[in-house]
Write a protein that binds this ligand. Structure first.
Ligand code: HEM
Length: 117
């Protein structure tokens, strides 16, 4: 059971890596835009995160306050990605604040996971 939980943590980390990596690729290329890959990665993070939120194969209670905060942050990232892709579909420019917030909030969620024990 424990190995299965670790495998889900690995999937969760892959979601983080793809989301943050996709964002860094755009930032380094100075393209202020969101990409479909970010949506897929967010979905991976959500599904694996919800699976990890349940208290299975653990010797302690999960930190539910932290998990709730991470869920809210993920919903905000999802809203920003939605706003971004809707604007892009209309041919409009994406506000730099929306783009930067996607990266900052993604890093924030990873920091919450690692630093808030
Ligand atoms: C953009 C969204 C997210 C990012 C970047 C992210 C990032 C991370 C990272 C890097 C870890 C590994 C920490 C470690 O092993 O020390 C982690 C663990 C975890 N995440 Fe997330 N996460 C996200 C969303 C979520 C959501 C939405 C939930 C739940 C609703 C969640 C629940 C968890 C749980 C429970 C763990 C602990 C796993 C364990 O040690 O058993 N995460 N997250």
């Amino acid at each position: 059971m424990e190995i299965l939980r670790h495998a889900v943590v690995l999937v969760h980390l892959v979601g983080f890596a793809i989301l943050f990596g996709a964002w860094v690729v755009e930032a380094v290329a100075r393209r202020v835009r969101v990409t479909p890959l970010m949506n897929y990665a967010l979905a991976i993070s959500l599904v694996s995160g919800l699976a990890l939120a349940a208290p299975w194969a653990l010797d302690h209670e999960p930190n539910y306050v932290k998990i709730a905060v991470k869920l809210v942050v993920l919903i905000v990232i999802g809203a920003l990605l939605g706003i971004g892709s809707a604007r892009q579909k209309r041919g409009a420019d994406l506000a730099p604040a929306v783009f930067w917030l996607v990266g900052i909030l993604t890093l924030l969620n990873a920091a919450l996971a690692v630093l808030w024990r």
